[in-house]
Each structure stands twice: as structure tokens, then as C-alpha cells.
Design a protein around this ligand. Structure first.
Ligand code: AMP
Length: 290
């Protein structure tokens, strides 16, 4: 595995691969890799000739007072996991390799960026869409892999690539969970043992929504109430939002028909966790394809 830190070197490597007719699979991450990331990397390995993983903690997607300075980092462990998973290039640029001091251009996916996490993290998806487009322009991936764990992020990236005629195919991958159901996340490392136990309430709230869906419940408010009641049972949990939304537009659903996404953001102590579950009666529905 080659480790690349310079953008020009990354661009040259990709140009050479594409000139030889190789396809490039790409997994953009912020590092501190876990089994969720590895599932994306493995899928990329199966579907492409070459795989690139980036580790870059993107400052433009963090707001003031958020966890940019303390975001967990372990480049050596990340490199070991990537090598084991068969990655060809691990791209680990420093900030200056991505943002010049004169950087002025940002990508905004209107509407989708203000829903859900966008309400309390203004500017977050502007930072995400901008860095992903920059990384796509550097790595030139044939296919890029994103987790459904960040459902809204996936919809923002899919919309951005469609709207801007980006040739990369964006692929959504299932959420990987701990044995008790907690969605894997680099931020789980912030949790104390008691907070870690409490954090399972997100998954249990989503299971409550799933159970209502399986019974044929159609009223959006009933779902929201059931999820809130489960979160309220946990003294350490403070919801940021508890939503049932349309899978494509991410707007609140009053009446549930074939498909919906239950989505949560909950603070456990000072750690903000997100999770979601796609609910669908449509066997062909693929939440990753909205
Ligand atoms: P991050 O490093 O948190 O920016 O995540 C990098 C990529 O990994 C994103 O596409 C995430 O959606 C994906 N990802 C993170 N956690 C999980 C998980 N538990 N299951 C599947 N994909 C995940």
C-alpha cells in the first residue's frame, strides 16, 4: 500500500491508473477507522481494480465550538487497517494540501442541507459537499462509497454529483452496528462506560419505529412519540431531533405510506450521536438510491 500526502502525487497516481484502463474505488473518511469504514473499503475492493481511502478531518464541516480540535486520530492504526483490507493508496493530506489560503469556493446543496442535522449544524453540509467534490477532483474515482449511517450526507452527495454532472457513481452502504445495536462511529470513543450503555437507546428508539411500521401504523406523530418515549427513558440522553422523514426530500412525514426514514440526533453527555433506519414496504426500495 502506498501512502500519499501530496495532492499532486495523488492526482498523478489516479491519472496513471485511469490511463491504463483501471477503475478506481474511493472511500473518503475522517479516519479513526472502524468496522463500518472497513465494510465500505471491502466493497470498493470487490467492485474496482484499485481502491483509495482518504483520511482527512475536514475543518470546513465543523462549526465553532464543535469537536474539530479533539476529533480522534490514529494514523498508524488507520494505515494498518487499510493495508489489511487491500487498499492500494491511503491518501492522508495535511490541511494545506486541500485548502489554499485563498480558498473562496464552496458547494451548497440547497434544501437538503438545511434539514435534519443542517438545522443545528449550519454550514456543515456546505463543508461536506465542498470537500467531497474536491476529493473527487483529486482522486477521480469511478465509484465512491458512503455509509447510510450518514443518511443525509449520502443524499447531499448524490444530489451534488447529479446536479454538477460529476461522473463518479455514488454508492450507499449498510450501517454496521455493535452487537447491542449501537451504530459504529469514531465519536463512540468519546463515551464513558455508562454513556456507552445509555447510547443503545438510539437503536432501541429506531426499533420502536420499525415495529410500528411493521404493524401498519400510518401517522407520523405516532412514530415520533414512540421514539421520544424511548429516548426519554434514558436520563443521559438529550435529543437534538427525532424525525420521521421522506427518504428523498428529508421533509417531515405526516402520513407514512410505502417508505420513510426514522432519523435521530441525540446528545449523550457532550457527544452528539446520529442514527437512522429506512422503513419500507417496497422490496426494490434502496435507501442508497434516492
Ligand atoms: P467518517 O469517517 O465518520 O466521516 O465516515 C466515513 C464514511 O464511513 C462515511 O461515508 C460514513 O457514512 C461511513 N460510516 C461511518 N460509520 C459507519 C457505519 N457504522 N456503518 C457504515 N458506514 C459508516
Amino acid at each position: 500500500m502506498r501512502i500519499i500526502t501530496h495532492t499532486n502525487e495523488m492526482k498523478a497516481w489516479s491519472a496513471e491508473q485511469l490511463a491504463q484502463g483501471a477503475s478506481i474505488g474511493f472511500v473518503p473518511t475522517m479516519g479513526y477507522l472502524h468496522a463500518g469504514h472497513v465494510s465500505l473499503i471491502e466493497r470498493s475492493g470487490k467492485e474496482n481494480d484499485k481502491s483509495v481511502v482518504s483520511v482527512f478531518v475536514n475543518p470546513t464541516q465543523f462549526g465553532p465550538g464543535e469537536d474539530l480540535a479533539i476529533y480522534p486520530r490514529d494514523p498508524d492504526a488507520d494505515a494498518a487497517k487499510c493495508a489489511l483490507a487491500g487498499v492500494h493508496v491511503l491518501y492522508m493530506p495535511e490541511n494545506e494540501q486541500i485548502y489554499s489560503p485563498n480558498h473562496r469556493t464552496y458547494v451548497v446543496v440547497e434544501g437538503l442541507s438545511e434539514a435534519l442535522c443542517g438545522a443545528t449544524r449550519p454550514g456543515h453540509f456546505r463543508g461536506v459537499a465542498t470537500v467531497v467534490l474536491k476529493l473527487f477532483n483529486i482522486v477521480k474515482p469511478t465509484k465512491a462509497y458512503f455509509g447510510l449511517k450518514d443518511y443525509q450526507q449520502l443524499q447531499v452527495i448524490k444530489t451534488m454529483t447529479a446536479d454538477l454532472n460529476v461522473d463518479t457513481q455514488v454508492i450507499g452502504c449498510p450501517i454496521v452496528r455493535e452487537p447491542d445495536g449501537l451504530a459504529m462511529s469514531s465519536r463512540n470513543a468519546y463515551l464513558s462506560p455508562s454513556q456507552r450503555q445509555a447510547a443503545v437507546c438510539l437503536y432501541e428508539a429506531l426499533l420502536a419505529a420499525k415495529s410500528l411500521f411493521e404493524k401498519g401504523e400510518t401517522r407520523g406523530d405516532t412514530y415520533r412519540r414512540a421514539m421520544s418515549e424511548r429516548i426519554e427513558l434514558c436520563a443521559e440522553a438529550h435529543p437534538d431531533y427525532i424525525k420521521l422523514v421522506d427518504p428523498g426530500a428529508l421533509e417531515d412525514l405526516e402520513i407514512v405510506n410505502n417508505s420513510a426514514v426514522a432519523a435521530l440526533a441525540v446528545r449523550i453527555g457532550s457527544t452528539r450521536l446520529i442514527d437512522n433506519m429506512t422503513l419500507t414496504r417496497d422490496n426494490d426500495f434502496d435507501g442508497s438510491a434516492c
